[in-house]
Design a protein around this ligand. Structure first.
Ligand code: PBG
Length: 333
């Protein structure tokens, strides 16, 4: 055959690396870590094999395990010792994240990012303070038209972010999809002199069924209703750009899309329209489904994990939050 173009020429072993367009480094990855104030020993998370809720006393040891794999950043999630209507333990100076952050930053070089949300801290499991009519009459809880009082929640988020920074957090990551959250948090941090603490906004966070295993892990499932009045409709992509634009204008330093794999088009759109670093959150359900299939012998876990993360980078993400961080990083170097 007289073929001029033979793309296969560049797929030979010794040239592949030179022409590869995307690479994955341990430094691109952020490992989520669960700290549990109610635990006295490490508790395995059944739906997320290999992950555990660790007591505050074990937080340093847990983060050191992450660092050994080459991953340099962790995202902390907290399970508080008690919950209430507004989530006051989220901004308590002796709260679970504040305590763990103090220890981790004192004893390791990890870059500590804290999730700023209220769903793990409220007894109803929603990401903020409820609307006044719901607060007064619990019997009307099912199927409310609106669940969270947006503006009342801003005050709580601001306090929470400031308390994390006070404890030493390197970066805060608001995830509640409250309108105005980035502005309120930036304002709070600046007022307290934390000008250099960046905000990674969960800017385009979808109302996704892929969060299922996480809600078990962090004990943060809504006790009634769902999150569709604050998290985004999976049908929408232009709306994601609008959300991201608002957060960028309010001073977000890093823009996140969540989940990752079912929303790679959104990652790409944001990459093309903005010059900020783009993060993608490869969420609990994305992790659990690969593990479940691998357990049945239907997929090669190591291969699909690597391919998934590479795809997320190829779509345009600079950083990836993933439960595979340690496994994959350990194999990259
Ligand atoms: C808190 C929060 C959630 C996740 C990250 N932060 C749960 C939710 O919004 O319901 C999900 C992470 C995952 O599924 O891995 N709001």
């Amino acid at each position: 055959m007289d073929l001029t173009h033979r793309p296969r020429r560049l797929r030979q072993d010794r040239i592949r690396g030179l022409v590869s367009e995307t690479s994955l480094e341990p430094a691109d990855l952020i490992a989520p870590v669960f700290i549990d104030a109610t635990a006295t020993t490490r508790q395995p998370i059944e739906s997320m094999p290999g992950h555990e809720r660790v007591p505050i006393e074990d937080s340093v040891a847990r983060v050191k395990e992450v660092l050994e794999t080459g991953v340099e950043a962790v995202m902390l999630f907290g399970i508080p010792e008690s919950k209430d209507a507004t989530g006051t333990r989220a901004w308590a100076d002796d709260g679970v994240i504040q305590e763990a952050t103090r220890r981790i930053t004192a004893e390791t070089d990890a870059y500590v990012i804290t999730d700023v949300c209220l769903c793990e801290y409220t007894e109803h499991g929603h990401c903020g303070t409820l609307e006044p009519e719901l607060r007064e009459d619990d019997s009307e809880m099912p199927a409310p038209s609106l669940t969270v009082d947006n503006d009342a929640t801003l005050t709580s988020l601001r306090r929470t972010a400031v308390s994390h920074a006070n404890a030493g957090a390197d970066m805060v990551a608001p995830s509640s999809m409250t309108d105005g959250m980035v502005g309120a948090i930036r304002d709070g941090l600046d007022d307290e002199g934390f000008h250099d603490v960046p905000i990674m906004s969960y800017a385009a966070k979808y109302e996704s069924a892929f969060y299922g295993p996480f809600r078990d892990a962090a004990d943060g499932a809504p006790a009634f209703g769902n999150r569709r009045h604050y998290q985004m409709d999976p049908a929408n992509s232009r709306e994601a750009l609008r959300e991201v634009r608002l957060d960028a204008e309010a001073g977000a330093d890093v823009l996140m899309v969540k989940p990752a794999l079912p929303y790679l088009d959104i990652v790409r759109d944001i990459r093309q329209e903005f010059d900020h670093p783009v993060a993608a959150y490869n969420v609990s359900g994305e992790y659990a489904m690969l593990h479940a299939a691998a357990e049945k012998g239907w997929l090669d876990l190591e291969e699909v994990a690597l391919e998934s993360l590479l795809s997320i980078k190829r779509a345009g993400a600079d950083l990836i939050l993933t439960y595979f961080a340690e496994d994959v990083a350990g194999r990259l170097h």
